[in-house]
Design a protein around this ligand. Structure first.
Ligand SMILES: Cc1cc2nc3c(=O)[nH]c(=O)nc-3n(C[C@H](O)[C@H](O)[C@H](O)COP(=O)(O)OP(=O)(O)OC[C@H]3O[C@@H](n4cnc5c(N)ncnc54)[C@H](O)[C@@H]3O)c2cc1C
Length: 426
């Protein structure tokens, strides 16, 4: 039986969804009927986006109550699963079956469909965003039809359909490419001299499977370096210095004034991939909890210049910034991915939950990064004008054509999609 209620707020509480109704169908047929009957409809994931990318004026649908049944094809090394499942629910099952995903975001609380729809990413020079693991999607399109698109059969069209902000339909099942299960050890270092980072950026970011830098930009040091090392890969000496940074003597939270309990195990203790690749544990509130977030992707070759540009803003952003994170992401072929055709560095900002102050800070950050033509994270907050953003997506025309073909009436075109992908005032 389908359940209808008012949709409430996103995770951060900065967005009250304006949708008239939230549906929680329990079967694919219920979902198909809701979509077919609705005038405007959009899929809602686990509500972790800060922007209104998941909102809609009429009907929201959540897949929380749909079956998440997992099927593993050992020969093809793929997992097919209900799209509303969270990584926290999925990953232990994959691990028990002897498999892994190539990467994870900082938190496992998010849904797989919601993460891939916005090109959510982790870190690691060789790691594409989480959407790059997708090899097929099954989606309910505007008339309630079930359409399957796969990398094998649909080629380029598939590249257009994976990162889609919910604008093509409601994804009900997803097939993900798997790796053999692996183990990871996480080591945190403190006070990396900025001069070392500038001189050795490539060596530092390639020194582990996944590398994150946390900084408040206030000194000539990066506060923390998190190295997530695959067991078996060559590793720096955990007891020694790392480019002038010193090993942490106890577990750290990226925001140093907060206790480290919500964070995944550090201090070099070996554990399964899904308990080390995220920064935060599934059973705790991730990050600060009371916060807003923004992130900008710039071509990796500009990493050092872009960081210098942000550091120059230190006095302006200090009052509103909790912490920044710098990560690297491999290039991909997904049309709406911020890393389309370009290896990137992601410059992330965890802000205090003070939208007027953040709204003043964002144009400063965007102006500082303008020479590097940043693409913002779809799920986080930004103030870049739509025309600038559109100019940075060379495959946007192809995406619009794909959306017209699958959704001719624009049923899935919410205000965010209309504004940023179709340049319609909304
Ligand atoms: C504490 C915190 C930490 C974060 N860390 C990271 C990080 O490390 N890396 C990173 O890149 N991002 C990060 N994010 C951002 C977050 O991962 C993205 O915003 C992600 O899209 C949220 O997924 P969700 O399941 O909550 O989806 P929602 O926010 O609910 O929706 C996001 C988009 O997915 C679409 N969608 C959801 N379900 C479906 C479906 N079934 N079919 C079609 N479309 C669908 C929605 O329509 C919407 O466009 C973080 C956010 C928080 C709050």
């Amino acid at each position: 039986m389908t359940h209808t209620e008012s949709p409430g707020y996103n995770w951060a509480g900065n967005l009250s969804y304006r949708a008239a109704r939230l549906h929680r169908p329990e079967t694919p047929d219920e979902l198909r009927a809701i979509v077919a009957q609705s005038r405007k409809v959009h899929a809602l994931g686990s509500r972790h986006s800060f922007s209104d990318v998941a909102d809609c004026e009429a009907d929201l649908v959540s897949l929380e109550r749909m079956p998440h049944a997992l099927t593993i094809d050992r020969e093809r090394r793929t997992a097919t699963v209900g799209a509303g499942i969270t990584y926290a629910q999925l990953c232990p099952q994959l691990h028990r079956a002897g498999f892994a995903l190539h990467n994870l975001a900082s938190l496992p609380h998010i849904s797989v469909a919601g993460a891939i729809a916005t090109a959510t990413h982790g870190s690691g020079d060789g790691n594409g965003n989480l959407a790059t693991a997708v090899s097929a999607i099954e989606l309910v399109t505007a008339e309630g039809d079930l359409v399957t698109l796969s990398r094998e059969r649909d080629g380029e069209r598939f590249d257009g359909a994976v990162v889609a902000l919910g604008a093509l339909g409601v994804v009900v099942r997803i097939t993900l490419n798997l790796l053999p299960a692996f183990e990871v050890r996480q080591q945190v270092y403190r006070r990396l001299p900025m001069a070392q980072l500038e001189a050795h950026f490539d060596a530092i970011m390639s020194s582990a499977y996944s590398v994150s830098l946390f900084t408040d930009w206030q000194t000539d040091f990066v506060n923390q370096v998190w190295l997530k090392q695959r067991i078996g890969d060559p590793a720096p000496d955990a007891a020694g210095e790392f480019f002038g940074a010193v090993p942490a003597t106890r577990p750290q939270h990226p925001i140093e004034t907060l206790p480290a309990e919500p964070c995944t195990t550090q201090m070099g203790v070996t554990g399964p991939w899904y308990e080390r690749l995220p920064h935060f544990r599934p059973d705790h509130v991730p990050s600060a909890g009371d916060e807003l977030q923004s992130e900008y992707f710039v071509p990796r070759r500009f990493a050092v210049e872009a960081m210098r540009a942000v550091a120059e803003l230190r006095a302006h952003i200090a009052p509103v910034l909790l912490i920044s994170e710098v990560r690297t992401i491999a290039a991909d072929r997904l049309w709406l991915s911020p890393c389309y055709d370009c290896a990137c560095v992601g410059l992330h900002f965890t802000w205090k939950k003070d939208w007027p102050a953040v709204q003043r800070a964002l144009p400063l950050v965007e102006a500082a990064l303008a020479p590097f033509e940043p693409r913002p994270h779809w799920g986080k907050l930004f103030t870049l004008p739509p025309a600038q953003l559109q100019a940075r997506y060379p495959r946007l025309a192809g995406f619009r054509a794909l959306a017209h073909a699958l959704d001719p009436q624009g049923k899935f075109r919410n205000a965010f999609v209309a504004r940023y992908l179709f340049d319609e005032a909304n």
